[in-house]
Design a protein around this ligand. Structure first.
Ligand SMILES: Cc1cc2nc3c(=O)[nH]c(=O)nc-3n(C[C@H](O)[C@H](O)[C@H](O)COP(=O)(O)OP(=O)(O)OC[C@H]3O[C@@H](n4cnc5c(N)ncnc54)[C@H](O)[C@@H]3O)c2cc1C
Ligand code: SF4
Length: 630
């Protein structure tokens, strides 16, 4: 029996001992059947129906206020582990693998659990992706023999400046040199990492979202609570209601990726940004195309800046030819979320970009098979928070280790997971072996130290001034020139460090000071309307569950966001979740409708809402996108 099944069964028996059915184990067992080479799924491309969820104010689970026999007060099942990792992405799985490698080598017992909100490992993973294999070489040196899905070595690298009609070649900054790198589907790579972890005895639970952080009486992190299952849209228990299980751990590692919902709460609780700056973000939108084999050039990497966004918007494209047998092209567009014009739609910029004369001929005659979007960290070195706190640590993009000039964060996410794993192992095994056998919470200050000595730190420090240099009066071209200078000549040795300016949500200008943008209509061949593309994400959330996009104040959308910014939510959301519609109850007025079942978990609304009124929370486990080849 695989370790995953053993783990799932262990969780199942915990529930059974308490006389209840484990709510999501169908999902938990599913991972053992995952395949690295997925068939290319032709997605439904019909228009999706939208539900009419009414916005509601944030629900704060105040169990104390409930009646004694309310099922939401039922006994909470508990499981105990040495380490629980929230999120089965590159960071979380690398941490899990490293922990079990160390324990197995020393013949020590160490229980490592990974919970993942996607129904399958990799199903919520969306990236570019060019993978720099540095961390992978360190973690699994024989990855080639183990069949890692790195099938497309990079063969050529191009950087272009686009005008509306021309593609002007630019010198390639050394940071972006991709020699020795591979073009991958990160979703498939993560599935493979999951299999490696499972072989070592890591317990992975897909379909389980971590919904709350648990704290000990002394304030240290004690683990997590999994989502309640079976609440209706009014947060009332349905017949099949099960209270979310508690997972108690000596160490909790938050590996939720960019702008994680639990990571956000621990960053605030422990004031982890006290000595660093706020995080900066972009939104990356991506499609995967099957193209005409005659046009496919495996290993080709093309990046661009310039058209269609204006010279004050930090944005650019990527285009990668990969999977030689399947003739796939990953094409995407990243827009810095510090853009100012509330009329800008990152989705429509991306659709317009594909019509550029240097791009469209490649897509003509091809078929779009996948779409998705995800926020990406852009703050770099200045925005790295304190990493460790009593009982746990942040790893990967939860902490913000993405190297922006490289547009790469997978290798740094993996390495940070490995460093945190080594630190946690040292502390946990230390505790077990006597001298530290106390009830003191574990503090991974050794992870903080090893990060500062690592190549991740050096890499991020060297490029720390690139992103902020785009926000001078010289705009995009000033940033390009400065970044070229710092990456080629000073290599980060300049004695100054630029500061980030405003937060992304503060950057939007009022609609009255902004110019509406006239986007062309999609042609249905190269560009698509939003709902056609959302259908390609395979997104599904169970009906009649609490809306996971919580408004702190339900009046703010109309009274501020619509009145001042002309309702930017329906332009920055890449999945058509937010719509201002006629308010039947108040004729002549608008209300915000939240189509939460379309949400693809990109986290953009939580970041860009100019009123900071939207709180993205984890929906019932297993829901969300079902990404393929992203
Ligand atoms: C458009 C785009 C292009 C990119 N291109 C590249 C590239 O070419 N090369 C490169 O190296 N990097 C690239 N990156 C960055 C790279 O994808 C990330 O740096 C990397 O995925 C970070 O890994 P992670 O494990 O920290 O987070 P993620 O990969 O985001 O994984 C986090 C996991 O945690 C899960 N999760 C989150 N919250 C919870 C919760 N509460 N409970 C349970 N599970 C949870 C998520 O479902 C997810 O599976 C790109 C990113 C984007 C968006
Ligand atoms: S609702 Fe928010 S998290 Fe969901 S897809 Fe839209 S912007 Fe992204």
């Amino acid at each position: 029996m695989s370790s995953l099944l053993r783990g799932a069964n262990r969780l199942r028996s915990t529930y059974a001992r308490r006389g209840a059915a484990a709510p999501l184990l169908a999902n938990a067992t599913r991972v053992s059947t995952h395949k690295v080479s997925l068939p290319i799924t032709t997605r439904l491309t019909t228009v999706r129906c939208l539900s009419t969820t009414q916005p509601r104010s944030i629900w704060i689970p105040n169990r104390e206020s409930l009646g004694e026999d309310d099922p939401r007060l039922s006994e909470q099942f508990e499981d105990e582990t040495d380490v629980v990792i929230v999120g089965a992405g590159p960071a979380g799985l690398s941490a899990a693998i490293r922990l079990k490698q160390l324990a197995n080598e020393a013949d020590k017992e160490l229980r490592v659990m990974v919970v993942e909100k996607a129904g399958e490992v990799g199903a919520h993973t969306l990236s570019g992706a060019v993978l720099e294999p540095r961390a992978l070489n360190e973690l699994i040196p024989d990855w080639q023999e183990r069949g890692a899905p790195l099938n497309t070595p990079v063969t050529s690298d191009n950087m272009r400046f686009l005008t509306s009609t021309m593609a002007i070649p630019l010198p390639h900054p050394p940071q972006m040199n991709n020699k020795g790198n591979y073009i991958v589907s990160l979703s498939n790579f993560v599935k493979w990492l999951g299999e490696q972890a499972e072989e070592l005895g890591v317990e992975i639970y897909p379909g389980f979202g971590g919904s709350e952080v648990r704290y000990n009486e002394d304030g240290s992190v004690a683990g997590i609570n999994l989502n309640d299952v079976g609440l209706d849209k009014n947060f009332e228990p349905k017949d099949m209601y099960e209270r979310g299980m508690a997972v108690k751990a000596k160490v909790t590692l938050f590996a939720e990726g960019c702008h994680g919902s639990l990571s956000k709460t621990v960053i605030n609780k422990f004031d982890l940004r006290k000595d660093s700056q706020h995080q900066k973000y972009g939104i990356g939108l991506k499609e995967v195309w099957e193209v005409d084999p005659a046009k496919h050039e495996p290993g080709t990497v093309i990046h661009s800046i310039g058209w269609p966004t204006d010279m004050n918007t930090y944005a650019g494209s990527f285009l990668y030819h990969f999977e030689p047998e399947k003739h796939l092209v990953a094409i995407g567009y990243v827009v810095g979320l510090d853009y100012e014009n509330p009329y800008l739609s990152p989705y429509k910029e991306f659709q317009r970009f594909k019509h550029h004369p240097s791009v469209a001929p490649l897509l003509e005659g091809g078929k779009c098979i996948s779409y998705g979007a995800r926020a990406i960290n852009e703050g770099g070195y200045q925005s790295i928070p304190k990493l460790a706190f009593p009982g746990g640590a942040l790893i990967g993009c939860s902490a913000g280790f993405l190297n922006l000039p490289k547009i790469k964060g997978t290798h740094t996410a993996m390495k940070s997971g490995m460093l945190a794993a080594e630190a946690a192992y040292e502390k946990i095994i230390g505790q077990g072996e006597g001298e530290a056998e106390t009830q003191e919470p574990i503090m991974l200050d050794n992870y903080e130290d090893s990060f500062k000595k690592s190549w991740v730190h050096d890499e991020l420090y060297a490029v720390r001034n690139c992103q902020p240099s785009f926000h001078t009066s010289l705009g995009l071209l000033g940033g390009v020139l400065y970044s070229g200078l710092t990456t080629m000549i000073t290599k980060g040795k300049e004695p100054w460090t630029f500061k980030h300016k405003k937060t992304d949500w503060e950057s939007l200008k009022p609609a009255a000071e902004s110019k509406p943008i006239d986007y062309p209509k999609p042609d249905g061949v190269i560009s698509f309307d939003l709902l056609t593309n959302v259908a390609r994400t395979g997104t599904n959330h169970a009906e009649n569950q609490p809306v996971h996009l919580r408004l702190r104040d339900k009046d703010v959308p109309v009274e501020r966001n619509l009145a001042v910014f002309d309702g930017p939510e329906n332009r920055f959301c890449p999945a058509g979740v937010y719509e201002y519609v006629e308010d039947e109850a108040n004729p002549g007025q608008k209300r915000l409708q939240i189509n939460s079942q379309n949400c693809i978990h990109c986290k953009t609304c939580d970041i860009k809402d100019p009123s900071q009124n939207i709180d993205w929370t984890v929906p019932e486990g297993g829901g969300g996108p079902q990404y393929v080849y992203t």
